[in-house]
Design a protein around this ligand. Sequence first.
Ligand code: R5P
Length: 293
Amino acid sequence: MKVACTGRSRVLGARIAEHLGAGLVETTLSRFPDGEIYLRTGVLDEATVVVGSLLSGDSLVELLLLIDACHRSEVMLVIPYMGYARQDREFKPGESVSARAMARALSHGVSRVLTVNIHKESVLSHFAVPASQVNLAPVVGDFIRGLDLENPLILAPDKGAEPFAAIVASRGGWECDQLEKTRISGEVVRIEPRKGGPWTGDVVLVDDIISTGGTLATAARMLRAQGAKGVHAVCVHGLFAGTALDLLGSSGINQIAASDTIEGPNSRYSAAGPIAARLREYLADARVKGFSR
Ligand code: R5P
C-alpha cells in the first residue's frame, strides 16, 4: 500500500504514510497554457490511500485527477477537510446541495471515504461508498493539555460546537460551557454572554472551522471585556479566509491553533494519528472478510 496526496495535503499525507509505514507515491503536476491541470503519478501499489483536502475548484479537479490516475489500484480516499459541506440542504428552492454534489463526484473510483470532523454527519450519506469521519476532539484536548494553562474553561461558541467542546474538556477534566450565536451575515455574528457568568481565568474557544474568524473574534472581544485573563482559540479546520487572522489578532486572542487538515502556519497539531488508526482498522477488517489485497 502507498499514499498519494494532492499539493494542498502534502504534509499530512507524508505524516499518514509515516504512521502506516507506507511509501509515498510521487506525483507531478503542471498546467496546460489554458490553465487546465495535468497530473501524473509514479509507480503505484495494489492499494493506494489518496489524501486531498477539498478547498477550491482546483483542489477538487486535482483530487479527481489523482483518483483517476490511481485507477489500477484499490483507492481509499481521505478528505481531511471536506469543503462545500456547509451547504448540506436546499435552504431555498432551486439551490444546489453542494455537499451532495461533491460527495457524488468523489464516490467514483474509490472503495471508501474517510474525512475529519465533517460539518454535518448527514453529508456522509451522500457518498455512494462507505464513508465515515474521525473526530479530532481528543487530540485537541491533548494539545490543550500541552499548553500548560491553569484550569482553563473550554468554551463552544455555539450550540453546534458543544459536543466537540465536551469531549475536549473531558481530556483534561476542565469545565465546559457554550455561548449562544446568531448569524447575521456571512461575516457578522451576534454572541450572547456566557450563561455561567464571567470567567476571569484562561478560556479556550474550540470550534470545527475558523473561516472569516467572525465567530471567534466576536466571542473573544466579549470574553476579554468580561475580564478573561487569556483567550486561546483551537479549531480543527483553519480556513482563515481573507483577513481572518488580522481580525482574530485584533480581538485579543492570545494564540490560534488548527490541525493540518488545511496546511498553514497555524497548523500546530496533526490529524495523521487518528486517520492512520482508522485506516488500519479498515485494512484489518478487510483482511478478516478476505477481500483485502
Ligand atoms: C459554524 O457552524 C461553524 O461551526 C463555525 O462556527 C463557522 O464556520 C465559523 O465561521 P467564521 O469563522 O466565518 O465565523
